[in-house]
Design a protein around this ligand. Sequence first.
Ligand code: FCB
Length: 486
Amino acid sequence: MERRAATGPGSREAIAGLERKGAVGGGMDQGEGDLSFPEGFLFGAATAAFQIEGASEADGKGPSIWDAFTRRAGSVRTGENGDIACDHYHRYREDVSLMAELGLDAYRGSIAWPRIYPEGRGRVNPAGLDFYSRLTDALLAAGIEPFFTLFHWDLPQRLQRELGGFRSRETAALFADYVETVVRALGDRVRRWITINEPWEFAFFGHVLGEQAPGVRNPLAYLPVIHNLLLAHGLALERIRALRPKSEVGVALSYTPIFPATESARDAWSAAVGNAFMNHISLKPLLKGRYPELIARRLRLFFPRMERGDLELISRPLDFVGINYYSRERASYRWYVPFLRSWITGRDSAEGVERTAMGWEVWPEGFGHILSVLRKDYGNPPVYITENGAAFVDSLVGDRVHDPRRVSFLARYLAALRRSMEEGSDVRGYFLWSLMDNFEWSYGTEKRFGIVYVDYPSQRRIIKDSGLWYRDLIRRSRGGRAHAGG
Ligand code: FCB
């Protein structure tokens, strides 16, 4: 549960040490394997509104919980806020040109609810809709298909203050109204929608640990927030289908496989609890219409009041499941962890484990693991990988950013993904996290996930070596076929 470790084997110092020793980079076997993807497979890149847009008060935008949270002392390690971020709001044309240069088929961005409804409900702000309409047109003109996420964590602050945000069912209903407004404005041009991003992270980091917005520390909020987010998804899906029956709707869920720390039966049990708590907590209600038994039993006192039909609404058929995959973690039995008795960490003592700058273990095989679970336990749904990528310590040298570790990471993860497709998974596309370096939540701009480097003082964008590598991979995979949009 410490996905965001800053120190230890993955720290800046440790990686710099590895690089000095020549243990990583250029000469390293990239383990590519088969990287030719079938025709029609979409190659994309992803971002989220708060992480790139900046312009936090422009053209009538209201404050989000992230604007409020980042203003609290100590909430972001670097002391930054998202007022400027990558200034994408003003530079979106340049950013779309970069996407075209990379040859992307698709782009996963998100829409900021408080740009559309500055107070979360009531009055619509036409300038907000206009921004996303111009962005959509620019993408389509460049032959890039937009996949918009409708909620990537930047809830209007007013709803947090007045309703307690997603602790309240009312927020789910208001989300559906906002989605309807967006789909009315963009649904003639946007066909694929992602309702919500990572309910688990939002609920746990935002409401239990308080390390992310809204910064609440209350374990009792965990299940209500998850349930109301899933409800929001179900209500939004209904609205989108009613307005635009031909659109495709999915969600983006993190999946962090949890393994037992030792061979003991107790740790195996803890890993099962961990998987239920972090992964199946949203997958199961969405795809099977019920909460995982282990959680339903252990945390039964903490479920919010459910209404008849909730689970039915949540489990309406999806057009695709979006999976955000980065790393795995380990679980040990700990009697003192309340209710769960399970301690989950991505930082274990194992030496020699390759880690990213987040401290996350590099484990490409995770794709095979997750996709086999989806095949065996969830009926092999159509999947988009909605996020995958890595933060490493990058530096601009002249006009280049050499990031061989990211190239190696991507090559191995994509090869593993390709293998699971051979095994029968229906994977339709891959969105690399991230198009460009951006505001990595409570880490600020210090952690760089981009394949495009952002020089924040000048806002100059420089395609990293990994970006050039991705561009070539896309070209090769098309085998000379023209870009879909020309
Ligand atoms: C995911 C978030 C995304 C980004 C990556 C690194 O949890 O959805 O916004 O921060 O992690």
